[in-house]
Design a binder for this molecule. Structure first.
Ligand code: HEM
Length: 352
């Protein structure tokens, strides 16, 4: 992260806000006993609403985005570890979405805001695999509760343009795992744009092969292109507009790299990286060919639920995964029942 991108800007970028309401919402959360209950969805939606307002028709997190399409060419190397159809040699259609973290659908792009890439493979074939990844080396939170508390602690205090420093300090004191993760994140400056970013799944999954052998893995999409156009100064959609222009110039490609965990590596904590020397396998090439404005029937209406998995990929017990699946579904249900306003990024209006 460059010097201009402080820990605070990363935390704001990762999503959220409202320290002064934290106590009240926290009390509701405890009263609902959602911790460990497996049903935190309403609490989270209330939290996003408190921090960002209604954002009708938009995702309640990663609200700002643009749709992309392309294909994945599997080279067959993944079959050693997984019997999933997506790893058989072949070419599969992909629908995706670049996004910025946070629930403000019209926020100005900032380099420190975490960038997302959601991918739906096999769509609309009989099997499906969906993943939603970030351009970060680790996730800031180990638990759903940590995510929720950080959401509230990073609420921008009206009139200041920044979160309450005392609330963030108290949050980090109570969550040393987030402080440690943020230190790792700060050491890896973001790439120039979406096109040259590495996107990582961060949660651990298990690949299961034809013999039933289960292997803990993490996956990343590593860009083949080594650079991207710089966002134009003063353009509030600078990051998105830049990748739209880059795609007009030709396809963008990412290698899917699977990292294999060793016995003893953490499998339920997305704040903890694995050692750098772990085995990696390049299992195929993602090619994105075009960008589209979010609209009826495209990725606007897809829920990139990380638990939509084909046979051959299984979730770990990371508590973030079940919470994500639950909250994404609730966000999806809510947003698809709301009137839709136009998205901030209108692809056809991006100048040459
Ligand atoms: C408890 C933890 C988390 C919560 C509560 C949460 C919440 C959400 C919500 C509500 C959405 C919008 C879903 C929709 O309306 O379709 C979303 C989208 C997204 N999340 Fe998370 N998230 C969490 C953790 C993560 C992690 C660990 C990652 C990355 C590894 C991640 C990456 C993304 C991405 C890329 C999107 C946008 C996907 C799209 O374009 O639809 N999130 N998240």
């Amino acid at each position: 992260m460059n010097a201009a991108v402080s820990r605070r800007s990363v935390l704001i970028g990762m999503g959220a806000v409202g320290a002064f309401l934290a106590a009240d919402l926290g009390a509701v959360a405890y009263a609902n006993k959602w911790i460990g209950s497996g049903a935190p969805r309403k609490t989270f939606l209330d939290g996003f609403l408190t921090v960002y307002g209604p954002q009708l028709g938009f995702r309640k997190n990663h609200a700002k985005g643009v749709v992309v399409t392309g294909y994945f060419e599997s080279n067959g190397n993944g079959q050693e570890l997984s019997r999933a159809a997506v790893f058989r040699p072949g070419k599969f259609p992909v629908v995706g979405r670049f996004s910025l973290s946070g629930g403000d659908a019209h926020v100005a792009d900032a380099p420190g805001a975490a960038r997302g890439l959601g991918l739906a493979f096999g769509f609309p074939e009989s099997w499906q695999w969906r993943t939603a990844m970030l351009n970060l080396p680790v996730f800031p939170d180990a638990t759903p509760r940590g995510f929720y508390d950080r959401l509230l602690a990073s609420k921008v205090v009206p009139g200041t343009g920044a979160p309450d420093p005392a609330a963030m300090k108290a949050f980090l004191a109570a969550h040393p795992e987030t402080a440690a993760a943020m230190a790792i994140i700060k050491k890896q400056p973001p790439a120039i744009g979406f096109g040259d970013s590495t996107f990582r799944g961060l949660n651990v999954f298990y690949f299961v092969n034809e013999s039933g052998v289960r292997t803990p893995v993490r996956w990343s999409f590593v860009p083949q292109q080594t650079t991207a156009p710089k966002p134009r100064g003063g353009d509030p959609n600078g990051l998105f507009d830049a990748v739209v222009r880059q795609l007009r110039g030709g396809p963008l490609r990412w290698h899917m790299v699977v990292t294999v965990g060793n016995p003893g590596d953490p499998v339920t904590d997305a704040t903890q990286p694995w050692p750098d020397d772990r085995r990696t396998i390049d299992v195929g090439l993602l090619t994105l060919t075009s960008a589209e404005t979010e609209a009826r029937g495209n990725a606007r209406d897809i829920n990139f639920d990380p638990l939509t998995l084909p046979d051959g990929i299984e979730p770990s017990d990371d508590p973030l995964l079940s919470a994500r699946s639950d909250v994404y579904a609730a966000s999806y249900r809510q947003r698809t029942g709301e009137p839709k306003s136009p998205s901030a990024v209108q692809v056809q209006e991006v100048s040459a």
